[in-house]
Design a binder for this molecule. Sequence first.
Ligand SMILES: [Ca+2]
Length: 521
Amino acid sequence: MDIDRSGDRSFLLALALTAAGVAVMVGAAALVSGPGSAPAAVEKAEPPPATEAWPAPPDELPPDFGKMALVPAGWFFMGADEGVSFEGPRHRVYLDAFEIDLYEVTNYQYAQYVRATGAAPPPHWKEGRYRPGRALHPVTNVTVEEAQAYARWAGKRLPTEAEWEKACGGIDSTRYAYGDAFDATLCNSGYSSVCDTVPVGRYPDGVSFYGCFDMTGNVWEWVSDWFSKTYYEDGQKNPTGPPVGTHHVSKGGSWTTDEEACQTSFRCWSLPGARWGYCGFRCARTLPPVEGFEKPGVEDLVRIPAGSFLLGQDGHPFSGPQRRVHLDAFLVDRVPVTNRAYKVFCEATGHPAPPHWHAGWIPEGREDHPVINVSLDDARAYARWAGKRLLTEAEWEKAARGTDGRRYPWGETFDAAKGNTYETGIADTVPVGSYPAGASPYGVLDMCGNVWEWVEGPFTRDGYERYAKRNPEGPRGAFQHVLRGGTWSTFPVNCQTFSRCMALPGCRWGYTGFRCAKDAE
Ligand SMILES: [Ca+2]
């Protein structure tokens, strides 16, 4: 029997004997004797010679191994009212944006650290090495100080308890990483038949809201907070726990624990020198500043002068009747909102990232592509944050076609070289502003193709019949909303300056983005 297991058997025994309360259980766990919890008994094994190729990288790494999830700034609910581990009351906490490891730190990673620094390996490793086949298991039997030393070496730190809890429960503060109902098939808990740690990422359907694996179960995870029974209060910002203490907090439960101790809000406390075969850690990092993005509001806005223009087109579905309409002067973004800009917004406000962004990250290499998979309300929220608004449908059309009623931003005839439509064959979004030759009479770009753009345009089948002649906003009470401009997947006939697409406001599509406008001073 190895050291991990003997310590944990004692723990299980303690569990069985202390049905009176989990808090007692935690205290009992701290008293477990044996090699797994006795730092004084550690024999310092020499790290392997530096000339040897060890640790060898595992044959197959889980997806995004070594990467971190982005947790945007914002309020969330921490703790629970009914818990037995001093996690109440449930209270509001504000956190700045941060990053947190997608996975628990593995033996393989810890061995790299041991090799690089000469730090002591975990005591149960034989001759300073983890057992074959366990490279991707979480490292265990490390004290909180050792975990902190590893984190420093990696350019990171341990998460605070609040950070860990938000990364696990998300903005909805779910009871477990994957939701409110315990599910033994989604995590490695005491109900698993494995009775051991498993390689990280074994439960892909059990990820947290932010995409973190194994936050519920597998191993308890040290956090940076000292434990206190009375620390919780409402309205805290970036709490770091009490300044001093005797015990340290760990979170998330392990392969030995029941559904109660696996809860997001549950707190385990133990002496900082404790080492267990069911406790490891993951790291966090204060978010580095986003580069290459200017403050919203000072980016490239185009002024559209006051005056009348021709709105709509006769003989085109839902786009008539054509009529002359006056608009006051306004400012419009030269290009659609990019992923890069949208990420700044998500980080600043806690607004959820588009659902296809893994763990809050922009898909690789797509920083300057238009943001997609956003609903009308997402677009409105961004615009409000940026001190702007969405365009009315009439504003969008005037910015695209000027005053002379042209069919395309550049003129009357379609030209496949002037916009990212179906005809380019790219079949994907392209970075904004890729077609300068396709500019509108005012110099506004991407008005033909790339992504449909949400506008403040209620859709009704009678077209512009009921529209006002000055600054029209469209009929009230429509439940569908208009999108403009066509996309990379749209035939040219539907990428004309007057073409209308309609969708329910909640729709998020892979070819739908937006741009913003502002009243001119
Ligand atoms: Ca865990």
